[in-house]
Ligand binder design. Structure first.
Ligand SMILES: *[C@@H]1O[C@H](CO)[C@@H](O)[C@H](O)[C@H]1NC(C)=O
Ligand SMILES: *[C@@H]1O[C@H](CO)[C@@H](O)[C@H](O)[C@H]1NC(C)=O
Ligand SMILES: *[C@@H]1O[C@H](CO)[C@@H](O)[C@H](O)[C@H]1NC(C)=O
Ligand SMILES: *[C@@H]1O[C@H](CO)[C@@H](O)[C@H](O)[C@H]1NC(C)=O
Length: 609
């Protein structure tokens, strides 16, 4: 980035909230109680009041890179107290692209990345300029909510490549007030630059980015509460993303990622914490495919470094934990808690050490695609856990429901169940699939993942399409890579994704060797998953929600289980396969092989003549 603006150094004015106003004693080394499954509570509260009273407010907290699988929620007592105990935890919530910018654009538009075509963090395939170029800045959630009668506010990280140079070309549309943290300072924990409304960027050198954000959040919340209309407030802290170190601000190639920097009041916490030693942690044998399979096992120094990296993530998260409590306290004092929905989630998950990976995301493993997801609000059962499959694509439709707006046809997802009645009705009828997709490169953060020259390590050909299927009968992950590799994990028996069944299934010599998944021959299951992926990889709107309908227009197949009926074996055996022509860094359709599946037609010709 050249020509950086001269940035005014400004003090924040008022004192920062110390986060202790409503807090219990500081978190200690004993992990807090995790979200627990509690018996369902009765609730009949309607979402949008029909009596003419004001529609509910929405406060949406979107953190950066927080994991679910590495137990980060054991270290966030306030989030657990205010959101888990007072709200509902969505235990099977997934992102559809495990990378900040594509995931956020999908979240704020309600569309899969193949429909936003924002697939990367930087141009030409991603970042704020691509978001603008694709027309999303004129057609996205905050604008829709404003048109629907809401006042809209946002502070924190919006997208990557939203910078001190391009923030006004054009300005972000759709917010009544905003205060964005901008690149290249987004990940500089102690040197953030924020940019308010149409003002010039302001440098908060020496202040912790989450504390700056907390003050801004509470200010915007006061403004929002003072308004006449219901409001949406987006709050996007950078924690616990890794920290960016720039040796030279005029040379954007001279950066490196290091562990996140906690607020100093938290830097001593959790001295004993370490990455959970699950069976997939730094395994003795390589796992996965492609570049992951070629990774060397980490040595003891690397594991120790990554454990400290992990502790610093937990420490950096503490300021977010305090912020959540501050938000709840402010809403409570304004008597707004009973007509405000609070959402809490992350843009993607994170891995450290699993499958020998160094700190990062961008993979399709559970660590990267599963994220924490809480909702608290009127009608939402307290202390409850939902196991229906939900994704970030479902969030825009969910916010529409809360606002009482009719869902857009272009939405690729459906509203999440919020009330006890909806949760009950959804069980068994909701979709069982998650359409995971990725284009481009993968990279590591942290010192030990670095290339020999000290720069960031990147791996090419990290382009893949994948499916997660979660139902009472099946728990599967299937992926097809641009390198023509495939993965199939049966998580019922292999929850840590260490045994790829696909090579055995594909090997003709293994036919009939009795590999089964959920009681069915594994090759039969694989043929159905591939066909489902064929539909989903270019689905739009209703096709993304009910993909089996495309394959079976008669409407008699609505799940993997239905599709496994023997009478469909020949149809699936002759189905077109998902494959790539070659690897690309973005969504180049020509490289992505066949696009259209065969459609099942009854062969009872007498019906037709
Ligand atoms: C927020 O912006 C919308 C759209 O411009 C406008 O209609 C509304 O009056 C604004 N609200 C406030 C409180 O200014
Ligand atoms: C551990 O591995 C790293 C590479 O990841 C290497 O740079 C370092 O020298 C190794 N340390 C020891 C003690 O072998
Ligand atoms: C990436 O894939 C292309 C084929 O699409 C291949 O030519 C190239 O060697 C691969 N690169 C790496 C680093 O695997
Ligand atoms: C996605 O964007 C890239 C970069 O602008 C473009 O080359 C590609 O054709 C687009 N893909 C689709 C399907 O529109």
């Amino acid at each position: 980035m050249k020509g950086l603006l001269l940035l005014a150094v400004a003090a924040l004015g008022q004192g920062l909230p110390d986060g202790s106003a409503f807090a219990d004693p500081s978190p200690n080394n004993n992990p807090n109680t995790p979200p627990q499954k509690v018996l369902q509570q009765d609730s009949h509260s309607p979402l949008a009041p029909s009596d003419g009273s004001q529609r509910p407010n929405i406060v949406f907290i979107l953190v950066d890179d927080q994991d679910l699988q590495m137990d980060s929620l054991l270290y966030t007592p306030r989030i657990n107290r205010h959101l888990a105990q007072q709200g509902t935890f969505y235990a099977n919530h997934f992102v559809t692209t495990a990378l900040c910018c594509p995931s956020r654009v999908s979240l704020w538009t309600g569309k899969q990345a193949h429909n936003t075509n924002v697939t990367e963090i930087y141009p030409p395939y991603g970042g704020y300029p691509k978001f603008v170029a694709e027309g999303h800045n004129d057609n996205w959630l905050p604008l829709w909510l404003q048109a629907g009668g809401y006042d809209t506010y946002y502070t924190g990280k919006l997208f990557n490549a939203h910078t001190v140079d391009n923030y006004d070309a054009p300005f972000v549309n759709g917010f009544n007030a905003s205060d964005f943290v901008l690149d290249p300072y987004t990940y500089q924990y102690r040197r953030p630059v924020y940019q308010r409304n149409r003002d010039a960027p302001v440098n908060y050198h020496g202040q912790h980015t989450v504390d700056v954000l907390a003050a801004k959040t509470l200010g915007l919340l006061d403004d929002a509460l003072a308004g006449e209309r219901p409001f949406f407030l987006g709050v996007a802290p950078v924690a616990p993303h890794s920290n960016l170190e720039m040796a030279d601000e005029t040379d954007t190639t001279s950066f490196r990622f290091s562990a996140p920097i906690p607020a100093s009041r938290h830097q001593h916490l959790f001295p004993e914490a370490r990455v959970p030693r699950t069976p997939n942690f730094n395994p003795d044998r390589p796992s996965g495919v492609n570049w992951i399979r070629r990774l060397p096992q980490q040595n003891a120094s690397s594991v120790a470094y990554n454990d400290e990296f992990y502790r610093n993530r937990l420490r950096a998260l503490q300021a977010v934990d305090e912020l959540v409590e501050d938000i709840v306290g402010r809403l409570e004092r304004a008597h707004a808690l009973d007509h405000t929905y609070l959402f809490y989630t992350s843009d993607n998950g994170y891995h450290i050490g699993q499958h020998r990976l160094h700190p990062g995301k961008e993979c399709g493993f559970e660590e990267d695609i599963r994220v924490p997801m809480f909702v608290r609000g009127p009608g939402v059962p307290a202390g409850h856990e939902v196991d229906s499959v939900t994704t970030h694509i479902d969030l825009a439709p969910t916010l529409f429901r809360i606002a009482g707006l009719a869902p857009k046809e272009e939405f690729d997802g459906t509203a999440m169940p919020l009330t006890a009645a909806e949760i009950e009705a959804d069980r068994g009828s909701r979709q069982e699939h998650v359409n995971v997709e990725y284009w481009g490169k993968a990279g590591f953060e942290g010192a030990f993942g670095r290339a020999a020259d000290g720069g960031p390590t990147t791996f090419l050909n990290n382009t893949y399409k994948a499916l997660r299927v979660v139902s009472p009968r099946f728990n599967l992950y299937y992926s097809v890579w641009c390198s023509d590799e495939h993965q199939l994990y049966d998580l019922t028996v292999d929850p840590y994704q260490l045994h790829n069944l696909y090579p055995d299934i594909a090997n003709p010599q293994n036919k009939g060797r009795g590999i089964t998944i959920g009681g069915h021959p594994a090759d039969q299951v694989a043929s159905r998953l591939d066909a489902l992926l064929m539909v989903l990889k270019s689905c739009q709107g209703a096709t993304c929600i009910r993909p089996w309908q495309t394959l079976h227009p008669a409407g008699d197949v609505a799940s993997l289980q239905d599709a496994l009926e023997g009478r469909f074996d020949a149809f699936y055996a002759s189905q077109v396969r998902v494959e790539y022509g070659w690897c690309e860094l973005g969504y180049i359709v020509e490289a992505e092989g066949p696009q259209v599946p065969r459609i099942y037609q009854e062969t009872h010709w007498s019906d037709w003549v």
